[in-house]
Design a protein around this ligand. Structure first.
Ligand code: F1P
Length: 342
């Protein structure tokens, strides 16, 4: 078993370690959460940017504070579109390595030009990012050998979910996740491996709304990075406005449905089935269609706060098995390195 696969399957254990870490550090977190700020920005590169998209949705919805996720390069190339000089910010820099040039530069530039405090989140304790930041979240137990982000991504997301907990939720909403993931991984992995082996698909479309949209982008990036497969990502209803023209019998749509908008999302999926698409559906409720391969999580405790992170390991496995069936090495993705330094 190569290390990318091992690290994907190790996520129930790593999530348990993450949740323990978060409870231990809760008083430290309250320090930066108490910093005066009227806006929150999450930033990173690649998978860490996708993470920023998910985190920003939960933060605004949970904390009722304006929040956005932006690529690190935007914060210093087009700062006027990200920050306002008169506002006070909490800027989260996300980087597994803590050495990605753009992300370190994003925090340095912000500290020079704008008002507020910075929080660095990394798996590397002595990294440049954590040295630049005012506050830090270090997750060394989520380190990985894989070039692409797997357990590091889901562990950092779990941490940001914890920090964004709305008043009506507590860590109990997250503490059941390791056991639930452990329960579904074996059957989910088999379904994903079978589907990934179907070489008739030549188009892969990821659909996700709200907090699932950043997860859709991450699943799309995993498939692209590991298996060198062109992919696209949309919000469900956006897919009707033109992009659906590509749908045919060779199209696989990866539908990450929600609880809140399931009826809207199901309508789009059924339309695409009529156009010939096959569906990989991750959700809480079944589509009840023979054209959908489904991994359903019916647990009462799961909702739109906890389901997005639960979908991740299965999306990672799709990229992993697609790479394997194409004779590629997921541990060494084409053209990629673990860190981009410029
Ligand atoms: C960011 C990143 C990854 C990408 C690849 C290269 O790394 O762009 O998102 O998948 O591994 O590095 P980091 O800033 O999170 O260390």
């Amino acid at each position: 078993m190569d290390y990318t696969h091992q690290e994907i399957l190790r996520q129930p254990t790593t999530w348990g370690k993450t949740l323990n870490y978060l409870q231990e550090k809760e008083s430290y977190f309250s320090q930066f959460l108490a910093e005066t700020h009227d806006n929150v920005v999450f930033t990173g590169c690649g998978s860490s940017y996708n993470l920023s998209l998910v985190a920003s949705h939960f933060w605004q919805a949970g904390k009722q504070v304006p929040a956005k996720g932006v690529p690190a390069s935007e914060t210093f190339l087009f700062p006027g579109g990200v920050f306002l000089p008169q506002n006070q910010y909490l800027l989260f820099g996300i980087s597994r390595s803590g050495e990605t040039t753009e992300t370190v530069k994003a925090l340095q530039h912000f500290k020079d030009k704008f008002r507020g405090k910075t929080v660095g989140i990394s798996c590397e304790e002595n990294s440049s990012l954590l040295k630049v930041a005012d506050y830090e979240l270090a997750l060394p137990f989520a380190r990985e050998e894989s070039v692409v982000m797997t357990q590091s991504f889901s562990s950092i997301l779990l941490s940001l979910l914890f920090l964004s907990l709305p008043p009506n939720k507590n860590i109990d909403n997250l503490s059941s996740l390791p056991k639930i993931l452990e329960k579904y991984l074996p059957s989910g992995e088999k379904a994903i491996k079978d589907l990934a082996s179907n070489l008739s698909f030549d188009k892969f479309i990821f659909l996700g709304n709200g907090p699932y949209h950043g997860v859709a982008w991450e699943g799309s990036l995993k498939l692209k990075e590991m298996s060198v497969t062109p992919t696209e990502t949309f919000h469900f209803l956006e897919f009707r406005h033109g992009p659906k023209s590509v749908v045919d019998e060779k199209t696989l749509i990866i539908a990450l449905t929600s609880q809140r908008a399931f009826s809207w999302e199901k309508e789009v999926v059924m339309e695409m089935i009529d156009l010939g698409a096959t569906i990989l559906h991750l959700g809480k409720n079944s589509l009840n269609s023979s054209r959908a391969i489904e991994i359903i999580f019916p647990e009462e405790s799961l909702d739109d706060f906890s389901l997005p992170v639960l979908y991740l390991p299965f999306l990672q496995l799709l990229g992993y098995y697609r790479a394997k069936i194409k004779g590629l090495n997921p541990d060494s993705p084409r053209h990629l390195t673990k860190v981009v330094k410029i």
